[in-house]
Write a protein that binds this ligand. Structure first.
Ligand SMILES: Nc1ncnc2c1ncn2[C@@H]1O[C@H](COP(=O)(O)OP(=O)(O)O)[C@@H](O)[C@H]1O
Ligand SMILES: [Mg+2]
Length: 161
């Protein structure tokens, strides 16, 4: 697996930057020719991770969020989202569906569940007082139209031999 492209952005934890992050991740994913559904999945997962940095990681203060979007030659998108906020004391518990430390009217406790269902894998590393890193991965399916065109082309190449 070789890195094909890597985009790194750092932005302050302002709620308006959630839209910036999801658009940036969508643009990075576009290089892999994703379906509309795959783009929505990626953008939704990024929204959840960035919202968590803003709402939980930095709570009432402001800090920086770093997002790296990496495209590899096996048609996979890796997204790493990192804050230097309060950290998570028990990551396993935090990732359980419906678990939330916010007041129940405010949040549903489903952010990690959404990330896990929309991406192929989600890994969370966190240290209390130091911050949280979420690494998500999604392989973009090869398009049938392309695969069919390629196999026709291969067939034609065979005939020429
Ligand atoms: N970046 C983060 N920094 C600190 N705590 C976090 C972070 N992300 C998630 N958490 C913790 O994990 C819990 C579960 O997150 P999530 O599944 O997104 O649900 P919700 O955001 O609705 O609470 C949060 O309530 C919070 O306690
Ligand atoms: Mg959340």
């Amino acid at each position: 697996m070789n890195i094909h492209n890597e985009i790194r952005v750092i932005f302050p934890s302002l709620s308006c930057n959630e839209a910036f992050a999801r658009t940036t991740a969508g643009a990075a994913a576009a290089q892999l020719d994703p379906s509309a559904a795959e783009v929505i999945d990626i953008k939704t997962a990024v929204s959840e991770a960035v919202t968590n940095c803003i709402v939980h990681g930095y709570r009432d203060r402001q800090g920086n969020i770093e997002m790296i979007c990496r495209v590899t030659d096996d048609n996979t998108l890796y997204i790493r989202i990192r804050d230097k906020g309060c950290g998570i004391p028990d990551v396993k518990k935090a990732m359980e569906p419906l678990f939330t430390t916010a007041s129940c009217e405010e949040r549903a406790g489903l952010g990690f569940a959404v990330m896990e269902s929309f991406m192929d894998s989600v890994k969370v590393n966190s240290t209390v007082g130091k911050g949280t890193t979420v690494i998500m991965k999604k392989k973009i399916a090869a398009k049938e139209i392309y695969t069919a065109a390629m196999s026709r082309r291969e067939g034609a190449d065979e005939e020429l031999k």
